[in-house]
Design a protein around this ligand. Structure first.
Ligand code: UDX
Ligand code: ADP
Length: 457
């Protein structure tokens, strides 16, 4: 069987970009992406795609209608396909056994059942999300998805150790060989493939939690986390990537995959291993809380009725995705303390911000939240008349803003909390801002009474 038609179930952050690049690189294969959501498919067929990803518009413009199609006709696409990717969402379970840790497989099962019902003849089925069919985990990062897909470090394909399994693995290799060199396509058994995906994300997140843990030590001692990260990262065995201290990591993968790993370890009766990886998540929670607490403490221990600007709501730059964004944690903490928020993000839809902040998991008073949040389409309007700016996402445009103008419009003392360490702090201090950041002491620590201390005058 030569693969002529590919169907992908799930037109989300993974399925959409992956299939667009596949269609670009395999012009003789017809790629149909299907989704049960009519709205999503309509958006993929419009000029405004449902996700923002640099380079994606161009790839879709070239392939859509040629050999790339977006459709809600799941049945026909499954029937006609030689190879089917399952790219549906696998959120962390919010109920029952494994709640808060295990992946909720209901969407995967739903997709698998549809295939079983509708398919006739031989099909190769490939799982793209993180669960065990052929396993082909995705390593793309949002914001750089197209590049990651075009120039993947490696493609990982796991399959059953049977003649049919090997034959299916070979066919999927052939698809990727249209643009990835064979030596970068790794084939393994299914468990290795799935565990490698969890491990890669766990290692990456662990680096961030490690550097974030040290950022707390830096703030307490006067060390500078950027200097430490540079010195450590220059050791070629360690490397410099993913050592950027921040308000905390977000995104749909890191937390979900580590929680999954923890759950698997517990089920395998490996509690020490589970506790080891759980700590990466705990440190991330600590970092988000620590940053939020620092904001409140610096604003004289009360933010009640204070106007506060949040710049950036996406979990990282160059995406409109807010899943697990640390901005949600910061905003929720401030809202709980009675603050009035002014939020600006260049790509996140206002309705998404409101959904995130009024979700039942973060508030019992959604109406109050709505009344306390204003969403702006311009950063200058978002900062006008506010007491403080909190930078939560490292969008390039935030570095280029006219901070003199912003300072003039703000209440005094005007505070800036740089949760991403991207701003020119010395310049901001010269302008007059009270500046705080992660992993570096900029302002004098607040006056604390130390009765009986040897330093007491
Ligand atoms: C990640 C993996 O990188 C990717 O391989 C996998 O397929 C999916 O999960 P993604 O979540 O899209 O990708 O983005 P990533 O660039 O890894 O960033 C994740 C989070 O970590 C973001 O919130 C980012 O701001 C944060 N981060 C990243 C840091 O705080 N510091 C760093 O040094 C790097
Ligand atoms: P990811 O980041 O993993 O791509 P998304 O939530 O962005 O996750 O996308 C998953 C998509 O899968 C959603 O658009 C959802 O509507 C779709 N989906 C889930 N279950 C099914 C199903 N049984 N059939 C078709 N589409 C599905």
């Amino acid at each position: 069987m030569v693969i002529k038609k590919i169907c992908c179930i799930g037109a989300g952050y993974v399925g959409g970009p992956t299939c667009s690049v596949m269609a670009l690189k395999c012009p003789h294969i017809t790629v149909t992406v299907v989704d049960k959501s009519k709205d999503r498919i309509a958006q993929w067929n419009s000029d405004k795609l449902p996700i923002y990803e640099p380079g994606l518009d161009e790839v879709v413009a070239e392939c859509r209608g040629r050999n790339l199609f977006f459709s809600t006709d799941i049945e026909t696409a499954i029937k006609e396909a030689d190879l089917i990717f399952i790219s549906v969402n696998t959120p962390t379970k919010t109920f029952g056994n494994g709640k808060g840790r295990a992946a909720d497989l209901k969407y995967v099962e739903g997709a698998a059942r549809m295939i079983a019902e509708m398919a006739s003849g031989d099909k190769i089925v490939v799982e793209k999300s993180t669960v065990p069919i052929l396993s082909n985990p995705e390593f793309l990062a949002e914001g750089t998805a197209i590049d990651d897909l075009l120039k993947a470090d490696r493609v990982l394909i796991g399959g059953e150790d049977t003649p049919e399994g090997h034959a299916a693995v070979e066919k999927l290799c052939w698809v990727y060989e249209h643009w990835i060199s064979r030596c970068n396509i790794i084939t393994t058994n299914t468990w290795s493939s799935e565990l490698s995906k969890l491990a890669a994300n766990a290692f990456l997140a662990q680096r961030i939690s490690s550097i974030n843990s040290l950022s707390a030590v830096c703030e307490a001692t006067g060390a500078d986390i950027s200097e430490v990260a540079r010195a450590v990262g220059l050791d070629s065995r360690i490397g410099s990537k993913f050592l950027q201290a921040s308000v905390g990591f977000g995104g749909s993968c890191f937390q979900k995959d580590i929680l999954n790993l923890v759950y698997i370890c517990e089920c395998l009766n490996l509690p020490e291993v589970a506790a080891y990886w759980q700590q990466v998540i705990d440190m991330n929670e600590y970092q988000k809380s620590r940053f939020s607490a620092k904001v409140i403490e610096s604003l004289f221990n009360t933010v009640s009725d204070k106007q506060i600007t949040i710049l950036g709501f996406a979990f990282k730059k160059d995406t409109g995705d807010t899943r697990e964004s640390p901005a949600i944690h910061v905003a929720t903490t401030l809202l709980d303390e009675g603050a009035k928020l002014h939020i600006y993000d260049p790509k996140v839809e206002p309705s998404q911000i409101i959904d995130d902040l009024t979700h039942l998991s973060v508030t019992e008073e959604p109406e109050n939240v709505k009344n306390s949040v204003t969403i702006h389409s311009d950063p200058y309007a978002a900062t006008m008349g506010t007491h403080a700016i909190i930078l939560c996402t490292e969008w390039d445009e935030f570095v280029m803003l006219d901070y003199e103008r912003i300072y003039k419009g703000m209440m005094k003392p005007a505070h800036i909390f740089d949760g991403r360490k991207i701003l020119d702090h010395d310049r901001l201090i010269k302008i007059g801002f009270q500046v705080q950041t992660i992993g570096k002491r900029l302002a004098r620590p607040l006056l604390t009474r130390m009765w009986g201390s040897p330093h007491q005058a």
